[in-house]
Design a protein around this ligand. Structure first.
Ligand code: CP
Length: 358
């Protein structure tokens, strides 16, 4: 009989596929590993000689460094397969001779050699087609028995959401009664994925928090994600609401998470056959973006929050656009704790899905 029901599972749409209790277990494991690591414990038996393959189709500081450090601290190895230097893995129907290799072949080959494959993909490598990167990860999962880990796709960033929950647990001790606002923020860059806001609102409603999503018109998130948040809030006796007012999101919040994401018009949308049904419209995206330059977090804005209110951001932050230095470097900011917790979150995920006992 299995005592570790996490073993061998993918971590792709984790906000949907893992239960509230399973997220709580991962938070406990991460905090336990964090405490014992601080006391100098040796954890190298947990994933001794296991191999993690990483594939970054996009840039990364936090995710790359913390997965690499994390697998090493657990006794395993990290092999970075740079997509441009290997034959770039491509979905069936998207192949280019001698430049790409079909995912079914890549996944089945790595499956024979290592113990998990972690992938980051969104934006240009996914042609800004909303859902393309998520489907790419699922194609890997179809052909590899070893776990596939989503290190951020165009829909979700579940490893970030786990680190965020760990940080909130450390700061407030619990989730119930905590008011969290995920807010859009202005950035000079119009092309950004929706992965962080979608994962944060899903994970925080799953934990029963009182969640507000704040954004200007034109920055709506995926309707399926919104429906899931409403279902989560109902099931956990939490709450979920949406506002188009920046100040309203901040009023009385314990946690504010102001972060830019792309306008609805910055993505291409396809039907089930892959045919583009709605094209990216940069002019429209730029227009709604520049119309909302005032969505920048200042000290005055932070004064609207609860007196113990904290400022969160996944980083990298666009300073003087999304947030002023006085806030991100100020007393409310927990961004470096949050970034450190990526390490402990990733160790917990890897330990549970790649290691443990049957
Ligand atoms: N927050 C986050 O995923 O950071 P990186 O892009 O640096 O990995």
């Amino acid at each position: 009989m299995r005592t570790n029901k996490f073993l061998g599972r993918d971590w792709i749409d984790a906000e949907m596929d893992y239960s509230k209790e399973e997220w709580e277990t991962l938070i406990d494991v991460a905090l336990d590993l964090k405490r014992r690591h601080a006391l100098g414990a040796d954890h190298t038996e947990i994933l001794k000689n296991k191999t993690l393959f990483t594939m970054f189709f996009n840039q990364s500081l936090r995710t790359r460094s913390t997965f690499a450090a994390g697998i090493q601290q657990l006794g395993g190895f990290h092999v970075d397969l740079e997509p441009g230097k290997t034959y770039t893995p491509a979905r069936k129907g998207y192949e280019i001779p001698y430049q790409t290799e079909r995912i079914s072949d890549v996944a089945r080959m790595l499956n024979r050699v290592g113990d998990a494959i972690a992938i980051r993909m969104y934006g240009p490598p996914a042609q800004w087609i909303y859902g393309f990167a998520n489907a790419t990860m699922k194609e890997f999962a179809e052909f590899a028995e070893i776990p596939i880990i989503n290190m951020e796709c165009d829909k979700y960033h579940p490893t970030q959401a786990l680190a965020d929950l760990i940080t909130i647990k450390e700061k407030f001790g619990a989730f119930k009664g905590i008011k969290l606002t995920m807010s859009w923020a202005y950035s000079g860059s119009i092309e950004k994925p929706r992965a962080v806001p979608q994962s944060v609102i899903l994970a925080s409603t799953l934990m029963g928090m009182d969640v507000t999503l704040a954004h200007p018109e034109g920055f709506d998130l995926d309707p399926e994600v919104i429906e899931s948040c409403k279902r989560n809030a109902k099931a956990t006796d939490g709450s979920f609401k949406i506002t188009n007012n920046f100040d309203e999101g901040f009023k009385g919040a314990h946690v504010v998470y102001p972060k830019s994401w792309g306008a609805k018009s910055c993505f291409n949308y396809t039907d089930k056959s892959g045919k583009i049904t709605e094209k990216q419209d940069h002019v429209k995206a730029e227009k709604v973006n520049t119309a909302n330059k005032n969505w920048c977090t200042t000290e005055k804005q932070m004064k609207l929050t609860d007196k113990h209110g904290i400022y969160m951001h996944c980083l990298p932050a666009d300073r003087s656009q999304e947030v002023m230095d006085e806030v991100i470097d100020g007393p409310h900011s927990v961004v470096i704790d949050e970034a450190e917790n990526r390490l402990h979150a990733h160790k917990a995920i890897m330990a549970m899905i790649m290691g443990g006992r049957l």
